[in-house]
Design a protein around this ligand. Structure first.
Ligand SMILES: [Zn+2]
Length: 291
């Protein structure tokens, strides 16, 4: 069963013209449906059936897929749409053999690994969905080519910036993740962060082990626990909240630096990148789960 059992109302963008609906998939994946008028874009996901069912319930057509990166639980949606089984056709899957029926946007850097890619993109470019312009940001480090998509005040960050944390560094280097997080952190603080997994509660457990004196963090921990008790998603979250509580955006926080220094006394902790790198390494040790 999915960790999210109760859906929250959609998030509406600043202009009121875009809405985002959660599509829980697999165990803890959060696919997102970006809806404008009667069109929908599916952002990441391990399979296509749940996404098409959500489209049918909302009365919208899936015309676009946006892939942040090429892990199977993010491009599985592409494979499903391209295979287009009778079940998916019955649910209204667009026919990718018809030009323009399905736009698949993904990282140009790893184009060969994005099934059905029709538009390769890289950081700094703009894309258009249903007449709405979005921006592409380079957010590598979790995986080579990883990008994030920003429409108005909605940021789709895949497995780069998580609510309360950040993704594993599979390809790295740490500097790539650090730079990507800095790009996201520079967005307006009211921006909503849509990441691709429901990991917030565990992420905040680690955060609290580093900054027990952070009042905003303590309040967030209590709020997230309450939301999770109701089976609801803790994503999206405002960037402002991440800046106040996410340890991977807080290399300037003295209590966090002191905690990391105590735990990993042999690592250099002078620059922001060194503090980020040590913080990520400390989380990978998973000691915070033992207490
Ligand atoms: Zn991933």
């Amino acid at each position: 069963m999915h960790v999210v059992t109760t859906l929250s109302p959609p998030t509406v963008s600043r202009s009121g013209r875009l809405a985002v609906h959660a599509v829980p998939m697999a165990k803890d994946n959060l696919g997102w449906l970006l809806v404008a008028g009667d069109e929908a874009a599916g952002i990441d996901g391990p399979e296509a059936t749940s996404v098409l069912k959500a489209c049918r319930e909302l009365g919208v057509r899936l015309t676009t897929v946006l892939n942040t990166h090429t892990h199977p639980d993010h491009i599985g949606i592409n494979r499903g749409l391209l295979e287009r089984t009778p079940e998916l056709v019955a649910l209204g899957a667009p026919d990718p053999s018809i030009p323009g029926a399905l736009t698949i946007v993904g990282p140009a850097a790893v184009a060969a690994q994005v099934p059905g890619l029709t538009q390769g993109v890289e950081g700094g470019q703009t894309i258009t969905f249903a007449g709405h312009e979005g921006r592409v940001l380079t957010t590598e480090g979790h995986l080579a080519g990883h990008v994030s998509f920003v429409f108005e005040d909605l940021a789709f960050t895949g497995d780069s910036l998580f609510t309360g944390g950040c993704g594993y560094l599979f390809t790295g280097p740490p500097a790539a993740m650090h730079e990507g997080l800095a790009r996201l952190a520079a967005l307006p603080p009211e921006t909503w962060i849509f990441c691709a997994h429901e990991y917030t509660e565990d992420n905040l457990r680690f955060a609290l082990s580093l900054e027990p004196g952070n009042l905003a963090l303590r309040e967030r921990v209590a709020r997230v626990a309450s939301v999770r008790r109701e089976g609801r998603a803790t994503v999206p979250e405002r960037l402002a909240v991440e800046l106040d509580t996410n340890p991977f955006l807080r290399t300037h926080a003295p209590e966090l630096v002191a905690s990391v220094a105590r735990a990993l006394p042999d690592l250099p902790l002078t620059t922001a990148l060194e503090i980020f790198t040590a913080t990520r390494r400390l989380k990978d040790l998973k000691r915070y789960r033992e207490g």
